[in-house]
Design a protein around this ligand. Structure first.
Ligand code: CTP
Length: 399
């Protein structure tokens, strides 16, 4: 809930601006009041009339609006809010913020405010991946800005990838977390994510196809609900989410050590695709081919099972331990047995046969298995699976 909170909402000029109308509605439903600010470009996408009517408040548009200055100067406007939210945060607005420009009302408010700023980036995938945007994002987070999204998916411009603005409910959840109001505020949740790399020699390793996308989405969703998230990640191709404490590891042994060091936790989600085996005698120098010789044998040893270790801790076990079960056949039966064997509370079973396109893909289809039942969720994006799981974890910790 956001009862009595005041949000200064800066709407940037991007196609995602239409979602800001829904965002205003959700803020009001949660009990917050919204003071909207439109950039010139935003007016090309949403009209001041619709924004003002939904917000039930004056829409601020111009730095040199004399009536507004007589009523409330821009400095005051920037400080009367509890939180400043920029949605959509376009590449241009992010650039202005990172550079400290103040040449219109939005950028001036962002420079003048003494409140926290939450940005919801939205732009074409190429623009999101551009080195300038990456530099600006790093600068903004270093300056203390909070970030929600962007999500991965189809974009209005016809391309596909990261750059879609987060959906309004996720922005509301991030707003609650920013104001210390989320259902997981004050909770510590540990998440493992990505593959592990098990070295053969200094240049070669054993790995698997995990992208880390599902783990990253879970880390983001938990942080959005206000949790402090320790995010222990192997070398994943998906970037780690904003707003979590990232602990980067390479091998299963390092992952176990990092998990143990991050304890205690109220809940733990083991989304990593940990390599089951490591090479016993890792070579310190590059293994060479000898003419005519047989390929070198690789002797393997089993890696520690991190999920089982934590699930079976005698003292200090997290209140809720969640695992994943990646299966290719008899998914539910194998996952049910796996949950009992490892001793975790819930297991999310997913079918990773190649024809599902789940491993390395954008969507996931899971069944949540607990001691008492198995609940199959419809196929949905990994972001939606993460939001749903985070909400379930929040509910379970409140019981
Ligand atoms: N897991 C772990 N440590 C390991 C292996 C797996 O923490 N050494 C966790 C994973 O993060 C996941 C769960 O255990 O939450 C199940 O992983 P999965 O690969 O499906 O199962 P395995 O234990 O590897 O069993 P199998 O390969 O026989 O299916």
């Amino acid at each position: 809930m956001l009862a009595g909170k005041r949000i200064l909402l800066i709407i940037g000029g991007g196609i995602a601006a239409y979602k800001s109308l829904e965002l205003i509605r959700l803020y009001q439903k949660a009990g917050a009041s919204v003071v909207p600010v439109l950039t010139r470009a935003a007016e090309e996408f949403v009209t001041p009339l619709s924004v003002g009517a939904l917000a039930g408040a004056k829409v601020h548009r111009d730095l040199f609006d004399l009536t507004a200055e007589a009523e409330m100067g821009h400095i005051e406007l920037s400080r009367a809010a509890d939180l400043v939210v920029v949605a959509p945060a376009t590449a241009d607005l992010m650039g202005k913020m990172a550079a400290g420009l103040a040449n219109d009302l939005a950028s001036t408010l962002l420079m003048a405010t003494d409140k926290r700023v939450l940005i919801a980036p939205a732009m074409n995938v190429r623009m999101w991946e551009h080195p300038a945007t990456k530099r600006n994002l790093a600068q903004l987070t270093q300056d203390g800005a909070l970030v929600v999204g962007p999500d991965e998916g189809d974009m209005a411009c016809g391309e596909f990838g990261f750059g879609r603005m987060s959906e309004p409910p996720a922005i509301v959840a991030a707003t609650q977390a920013a104001l210390g109001e989320g259902p997981l505020a004050g909770r510590h949740v540990l998440v493992t994510s990505g593959p592990t790399h098990e070295p053969i020699d200094p240049v070669r390793y054993i790995a698997n196809r995990s992208s880390g996308a599902q783990g990253a989405a879970i880390g983001a969703a938990l942080a959005q609900l206000g949790a402090r998230v320790s995010f222990v990640t192997g070398p994943a191709s998906a970037p780690p989410p904003q707003g979590v404490d990232v602990i980067a590891v390479e091998t299963a042994a390092q992952m176990l050590a990092a998990v143990e060091a991050a304890m205690p936790a109220d809940a733990a989600v083991f989304a990593a695709a940990v390599a089951d085996w490591r090479v016993i005698s890792e070579s310190r120098s590059k293994v060479k081919k000898a003419p005519g010789a047989a390929p070198p044998p690789l002797e393997l040893a089993e890696n520690p099972d991190i999920l089982a270790r934590i699930s079976q801790m005698e003292a200090g076990r997290p209140g809720l331990v969640v695992g994943f079960a990646a299966e290719t056949d008899d998914v539910i039966a194998h996952a049910t047995a796996k949950r009992a064997r490892k001793g975790c509370d819930w297991i999310l079973a997913n079918d990773v046969s190649p024809e599902t396109g789940i491993m390395g893909g954008v969507e996931n289809a899971v069944t949540l298995i607990s001691e008492k039942d198995a609940e199959t969720w419809p196929r949905m994006s990994k972001t939606d699976v993460a939001s749903r799981l985070a909400a379930r974890i929040a509910a379970a910790l409140q019981e």
